[in-house]
Design a protein around this ligand. Structure first.
Ligand code: WTA
Length: 636
């Protein structure tokens, strides 16, 4: 146990427990006064997780605008303070700082450009951008006019982008000529062009980021900088109901295509801001650096909405942790005097491997807090972060949450005692529960499946375009409860340890990937008859992707075909979905009713091939396939 440190303004364990014990409607209605409301809400939560009466609403009657909360209300007091610091991919390129007043002008112009292109309240706008300030401006501009943004990570392929465009019926894309990451260019506009050949798109707004060559199509594509010159720098914020949608964000589940997770205006913004302050003891004016891309929920909540709603300064970094050297993160901290860095265990593990010198040659004296998110942090990485990066003076804030939860749910406050690898205690209004496979509630120090028994303001409200899928996906495994898909352990001290997904979602470098998505991509290839994908342990990524592929009778396994299939998946989904291991399998282990026994495939991918580990294989239609799979396992 690492002992609590003095941290001004932060709750200790007793403080957190007292806060949690005092949650009530009155508590929420008071807490939500941190936002500026055009009409204050009169109700806190109004929800039921039961099938017959399923609904979730927060802050009824409330009217507000997210961009006014993130920008306008700060103008009087800190209009000239920095809101966004932009650090480009190349350390020697010019960095930029934007004051709240400058952000206000930029967002208003962006909003007016969108309006001039016919975007109206409720329309869906797709944002496919590099990590540049214009990505945040575009998100806030959507919020300003009541358009619903769908940010698609710039690493996704044209096919993946097109699928997301079509799913939410978005007819407009905001992109850049190119992105830059780790010294390489990402052809964003060219990808959008390819997506436009699949999905129906009326308008593409292109931000000039690198000046790289692009083709512009008359009548469809417009340069942002040209359009911005023709519009005013003032745009009144649209009054929005608390439950109006703010954004859609696609995320992977155990089955089917990625889901458009829908978040709303009041509850989401409140939760992003509230948790940002509670977990990071955030004070206005502090420089907060969340290293996530805005294409993920972490970037939404802790690059853009949380810090700006709290009047903080947020750092946007275009690059990657190890470019040009593995010192980059810590050099950026020194250069801009970052107070909190919030990153993923996978980045820490990759940097840790490079040796301590890359860290210790930097000062890091401005750092006060070290955050982590995205996957379970192994105690070794936790200790390295704490002892080497933070020199033992900075608490590690391990925040457990999901795209669906909006922002952090289980996480410490800086003055709480910490344990390496535990996300500690729930935040106020969050009621985790462990259940066994039959839904039996487990008490005391034990492990089980992690459910949440009550609603909190920041939770998702629906799956875009599929009213039933929200209830079906999250509330049917254990009726009356939200099932997270994660396993967890509660220790004797009441602390929570998340152990990872218990469903068919794999967490690759902190990015969620549905095994079904990779399988569907593989079977699109003419040579592939069938594919099954599972997670495998990976030193840096946490989990890697292990694919078993059965070829059509006329195709022959070869290293070349293996490489081709890996490339194929990259092209269909994006580089983050590249299989780390691909095994040709003449047959897959199936039950007599044809169901693939993934348990066996997981064990083989993990290298656990003893008869005891593989368990009972007698129910398989053809037990011999297991011998072949074991004999030809990759990585032995
Ligand atoms: C995992 C990212 C352990 C978990 C915010 C969850 C974590 C999934 C942690 C959601 C953590 C996230 N400790 N596991 N601190 N944070 N996870 O939707 O399995 O991209 O279900 O949201 O990441 O991933 P998502």
């Amino acid at each position: 146990m690492v002992t609590a440190q003095a941290f001004p303004g932060a709750l200790d364990r007793d403080g957190r427990e007292a806060l949690n014990a005092g949650v009530s409607d009155a508590f929420w209605l008071d807490a939500v006064k941190r936002l500026d409301w055009m009409t204050p809400p009169t109700q806190a939560g109004d929800w039921s997780f039961e099938k017959d009466d399923f609904h979730i609403r927060w802050f009824g009657e409330g009217v507000l605008n997210v961009s006014a909360n993130c920008i306008d209300r700060h103008l009087t007091e800190r209009g000239d303070q920095v809101a966004i610091v932009f650090e480009p991919d190349e350390p020697d390129d010019r960095f930029h700082k934007f004051t709240y007043r400058e952000v206000h002008r930029a967002v208003c112009r962006f909003a007016n450009v969108m309006k001039s292109q016919g975007v109206r309240k409720g329309d869906r706008v797709t944002i496919y951008m590099p990590m540049i300030p214009e990505a945040a401006f575009a998100m806030l501009a959507c919020a300003r006019i009541g358009a619903v943004h769908s940010v698609v990570f710039g690493g996704f392929s044209p096919e993946a982008l097109a699928g997301r465009l079509e799913d939410c019926g978005s007819r407009i894309v905001i992109t850049a000529d190119e992105g830059r990451r780790g010294g390489k260019s990402v052809p964003l506009k060219a990808n959008v062009d390819a997506a436009c050949a699949i999905a129906e798109i009326d308008t593409v707004i292109v931000v000039q980021a690198t000046g790289g060559e692009v083709t512009m199509q008359d009548g469809r594509d417009i340069w942002y900088h040209e359009a911005a010159e023709t519009v005013s720098a003032d745009c009144p914020p649209e009054p929005m109901n608390a439950e109006d949608p703010l954004f859609i964000l696609y995320t992977s589940g155990s089955t089917g295509k990625p889901k458009g997770v829908m978040h709303t205006t009041g509850g989401y913004l409140f939760w992003a801001a509230y948790t940002h302050e509670l977990c990071f003891a955030h004070q206005p004016g502090q420089l907060f650096w969340c290293t996530a891309d805005v294409g993920w929920v972490t970037g939404h909540s802790y690059v853009v909405y949380g810090p700006l709603a709290n009047g903080g300064a947020t750092l946007m970094f275009e690059g990657v942790p190890n470019y040009p050297t593995p010192s980059r993160f810590w050099e950026v901290c020194d250069k801009h005097q970052v107070e909190t860095i919030f990153t993923a265990p996978t980045a820490l593990r990759a940097l840790m491997r490079e040796g301590d010198d890359f860290v210790t040659r930097t000062s890091r004296s401005s750092l006060k807090l070290l955050g982590t998110v995205g996957e379970p942090i192994n105690p070794e990485a936790w200790r390295w972060y704490h002892d080497v990066v933070g020199e033992g003076r900075c608490p590690v804030i391990d925040t457990w949450w999901q795209t669906e939860t909006g922002a952090a749910l289980i996480a410490p406050s800086p003055a709480m005692p910490l344990k390496p690898g535990s996300a500690t205690l729930p935040l106020p209004g969050v009621t985790p529960e462990l259940v066994d496979a039959d839904g039996q509630v487990l008490e005391g120090a034990t492990s089980g499946n992690l459910c949440l028994t009550t609603s909190w303001p920041g939770m998702m409200r629906g799956v875009w375009g599929d009213a039933d899928r929200f209830f079906q996906t999250y509330f049917t495994a254990y009726p009356g409860k939200y099932f997270t898909g994660d396993g967890a352990r509660r220790d004797a001290d009441g602390y929570w340890w998340i152990t990872g997904r218990v469903d068919d979602v794999i967490n690759v470098s902190g990015h969620r990937m549905g095994t079904a998505e990779v399988e569907s991509a593989l079977v699109l290839h003419a040579d592939v008859a069938e594919a099954a994908v599972v997670g495998m342990p990976h030193d840096i990524k946490g989990q890697g992707i292990y694919a078993y592929v059965t070829l059509n009778a006329d195709a022959t396994p070869s290293d070349q075909l293996r490489r081709e299939l890996v490339q194929w998946v990259r092209r269909e989904i994006g580089p983050i979905a590249s299989p780390d291991a691909l095994q040709f399998a003449p047959g897959l282990p199936k039950t007599r009713s044809g169901k693939i026994m993934r348990r066996i495939l997981r064990k083989i991918a993990e290298g656990e091939v003893s008869a005891a580990a593989l368990g009972d294989t007698s129910t398989l239609a053809d037990p011999a396939v297991v011998d072949d799979l074991v004999a030809n396992r990759i990585g032995q």
